[in-house]
Design a protein around this ligand. Sequence first.
Ligand code: SAH
Length: 366
Amino acid sequence: MNLPELKGVPPDVLREQFREQGLPAYRADQIASWVYGRGIEDPEQMTDLPQELRERLNESWRFRSLDVLRADHSTDGTIKAALRADDAAVVEAVLIPEEDRTTLCVSTQVGCPLACSFCATGALGFGRNLRSAEIVDQLCRMAELLPEGRRITNVVFMGMGEPLLNLPQVIPAVRTLLHPKGFAMAPRRVTVSTAGVVPQIAPLLEAIPVNLAVSLHAATDEVRDVLVPLNKRFPLDVLLGTLRGLPRLSRRHPVFFEYTLIEGVNDSVEDARRLVRLLEGLPSKLNLIPMNEHGDSDYRPPAPEVASRFMGVLVRGGLTTTLRRSRGSDIDAACGQLAVRQLPEERPAGRKPAAPQAAPGRASSG
Ligand code: SAH
């Protein structure tokens, strides 16, 4: 049964499609409200629709694209889930509950083609792009794992994969997140992160007014070439030049930078000073993330005092900087640890795991 996936169609496009089929557009809104507002995926339960339409929906759309294969709960409240698509591909999503918000970290690809040397997903290689419906379904499946009374307030595209290499599927998914009949999220509660796919940055921001995060990790091309091989195609001056040219940047709407601190690689005082010079005059916020260790890399985080010293140089240099507390590391849910540790018995019989396994039993991510 190869039916089109309802969650791949943003609510405004669904309206158009209904009109074209001679159906009232408000029926599309009703369906979107059931699916995204109330988490109902069975047309039979959409009680304000005529019976005939319910049957027609059942025959013409697929309402669900992912299933929860496994969910791990961290002692700090973080929940990581492995989600399986119908071709047995597995991706991971992470819920991070905080006092005033609940952030969901979503994946956009099975594996990742960028092969950043410190990232567990990079070690996996590339499986395939996720479809828009599979990106949206991560919100639906993960919302069901939250305790009563909690809802997803923020979404970060920082899971497995490079969102800017899958824009045709990422953009409609974000439209559904933002649409009033979709998840009705404010654009500033959605952040899309890129390792620096320069030609796709402007198209992303022209299509959807989300926050942009850039994985920087180094202040020289020499170091960044090693950590983020994509830097060889789009070096720092090209990347920073593009960011400086973006319209509508301001202190309220800065570029967010991620900088993974790795012992002896990018954590010196000199690195920090270079970073200050590199970002001078660019409205930005910098997140320092001490390297999360995993089996596919020998890199280590610096000692806490080295991280504090690094941060001190940035703050004195005028950069808005946070040192991120790692969440969910006891369940391998922290940045760069998303590893689809799929046990043989969890695989459907006779099917190979979708993504190449880097080490025995490990796949991975952001
Ligand atoms: N491909 C996109 C989306 C992934 S975001 C991007 O690179 O921005 C995931 C973030 O976690 C990126 O900033 C990535 O560089 C960072 N990360 C990857 N592995 C990590 C690790 N082991 N420790 C800390 N951060 C890591």
